[in-house]
Design a protein around this ligand. Structure first.
Ligand SMILES: C[S@@+](CC[C@H](N)C(=O)[O-])C[C@H]1O[C@@H](n2cnc3c(N)ncnc32)[C@H](O)[C@@H]1O
Length: 510
């Protein structure tokens, strides 16, 4: 079985991708004026280390199923979700075998992140067959892939790296060594000042930048036997025959015209009536490199009245600290400022991290002179920036709460095996939230009864000693115990003041 052969046996990174959180998906669809399916059954294809699968399965009452061809990854994912019993099923089957597995029924939501670009056409056909057979009518698809045009100039370099590895394969060399050598080789070649570099001057910097990333990531990402970034219309030619219709990017910031397109570009696109061709042209305008999209099997648009009704059913919670919210967003046109007259009243209202009804927030903003269109956009911008989350219908379920608590303990304890999984699950938002290594250390400390900053610092130092790890500041390790204690104590004070209230609201802490 040929696939990303150089990556076989090498585990992928830990990652949680919130486009696969069913609650976030439903809120996005409502904002796009589409009927969203009720997501009771969901499936993730190629789940890697299984963090998204485990977190989403634990934090909601729906059933999740997933497959990944790499048995070590499937077994790790199984170890995370074993306690969820029939709420999560893990398979170590290829997409082809999974297609034929009679135990697999139909789903409301199918997701795949970081797969499509790195498999061959046979696998893509198997994925499409799966979507065709196993996604229910009205069902939702989340799919991500490397896009053209942005990857065009990199393709010869990617080929150079894989060819180098093929020519220099040796039993005495690990995959990681081979990878490192291939990058050195590419750099050496570019140092000879080839005409390719003259035509693509940014390539030298790009190769340097990429090399600095994690080896496991690089092997999966750049040494895959198959690497096929594609344009939006090519993607559409795979999905449209399955009666799939494009809905939107999973993250609204990618679609928000004023931060991505000039007025001239917006006017140019407006004249293109075919939505697929329009999107393909738009990708050229923004030089799109990665797409994370929702597609639906048979779309049902909502009338403006129904859209308001659908949105009114959501409750939102602020999951960032007021002081950590920057009033700036990045788009293809650069950084854009957020208007404090619109954003201040939202953050002021939600700063206590309680759940607020969508309608209630809009009414509050209206009373502050913010019109309805601006308030809807602002809420979606904060949601897309990750500061706002949607309250799950299972927020108060004891069974879900227990499943989450057990998963979070497993994630926290993975640190004792040098595995830093940077997310914890929350039953309140039905998904995951990023939690840094130090905040995870403090969560463990709190569960063990730490109270003061000094308690947390002692607990933290104890962990670091056991694991023979040091605190790194400005790329240099802190060698003195006293300075490590000071650092940890200060960090813990911030944790107690800023993070604990949010984690309590999210039921990550009691
Ligand atoms: C780049 S990784 C992405 C993993 C995960 N979705 C993530 O983003 O963290 C690609 C994953 O697809 C899996 N995979 C590749 N080809 C497959 C196939 N034919 N059948 C099932 N899984 C496959 C690999 O084992 C790997 O875990």
């Amino acid at each position: 079985m040929k696939m990303t052969e150089k990556s076989r046996g090498i585990n992928y990174l830990f990652g949680y991708y919130d486009g696969m959180n069913p609650n976030r998906a439903r809120f996005t669809l409502a904002n796009r004026g589409m009927v969203a399916p009720k997501i009771e059954t969901a499936c993730e294809l190629g789940f890697g280390r299984g963090i998204s699968l485990a977190v989403n399965a634990a934090s909601g009452s729906g059933k999740w199923v997933g497959t990944d061809i790499e048995p070590a990854q499937a077994s790790f994912a199984q170890s995370l979700v074993g306690h969820l019993e029939d709420r999560c099923e893990v398979y170590a089957e290829s997409f082809q075998r999974f297609n034929e597995n009679p135990a697999i029924t139909q789903f409301d939501f199918i997701c795949l992140h970081g797969i499509w670009t790195w498999v061959n056409d046979k696998d893509r056909e198997a994925i499409c067959e799966f979507i065709d057979k196993k996604l229910k009518p009205g069902g939702l698809l989340y799919i991500s892939y490397n896009a053209l045009p942005a990857w065009t100039n990199f393709l010869p370099i990617q080929k150079l790296l894989t060819s180098y590895c093929d020519y220099n394969r040796s039993a005495n060399k690990s995959g990681i060594d081979n990878l490192t050598d291939s990058f050195k080789f590419a750099e050496g070649l570019l140092n000879t000042n080839p005409r390719f570099l003259k035509a693509n001057p940014s390539m030298g910097e790009i190769v340097k930048k990429i090399q600095a990333k994690d080896s496991e990531y690089l092997i999966h990402e750049y040494l895959a036997a198959d690497f096929a970034p594609m344009t939006f219309d090519t993607m559409s030619s795979w999905l449209s025959p399955l009666n799939m219709t494009y809905v939107s990017a999973s993250n609204f910031l990618h679609d928000l015209a004023p931060i991505n397109l000039t007025t001239e570009q917006q006017e140019f696109l407006f004249k293109i009536k075919d939505p697929v061709f329009q999107e393909t042209c738009r990708d050229l305008m923004v030089n799109k490199d990665f797409r994370q999209d929702y597609w639906i099997k048979g779309q049902t648009p909502l009338s403006p009245y129904q859209k308001e009704q659908a949105l009114a059913e959501f409750q939102l919670i602020l999951t960032s600290n007021k002081e950590d919210i920057k009033y700036s967003v990045k788009g293809a046109l650069g950084d854009a400022e957020l208007e404090s007259a619109i954003y201040d009243p939202i953050i002021e209202l939600l700063r206590d991290h309680r759940a607020y009804g969508y309608k209630e927030i809009r009414e509050h903003l209206q009373s502050r002179g913010v019109d309805l269109a601006s308030s809807a956009e602002a809420l979606e911008v904060l949601f897309s920036m990750g500061h706002l989350n949607v309250i799950s219908n299972d927020a108060d379920s004891d069974a879900v709460g227990e499943g989450v608590a057990e998963l979070n303990d497993k994630i926290l304890n993975a640190a004792f095996n040098n595995m830093d999984i940077g997310w914890l699950a929350s039953p309140v938002i039905g998904g995951g939230i990023a939690v840094s290594k130090f905040n995870q250390l403090h969560v463990r400390g709190k569960k063990l009864g730490c109270e003061t900053g000094v308690d947390y610092a002692e607990h933290g130092l104890n962990f670091l000693k056991k694991m023979r790890q040091k605190i790194i500041v400005d790329n240099a390790p802190i060698d003195s115990e006293k300075r490590s204690m000071e650092y940890l104590e200060k960090h813990a004070e911030q944790f107690l003041e800023k993070v604990v209230p949010i984690f309590k609201a999210l039921k990550i802490l009691t």
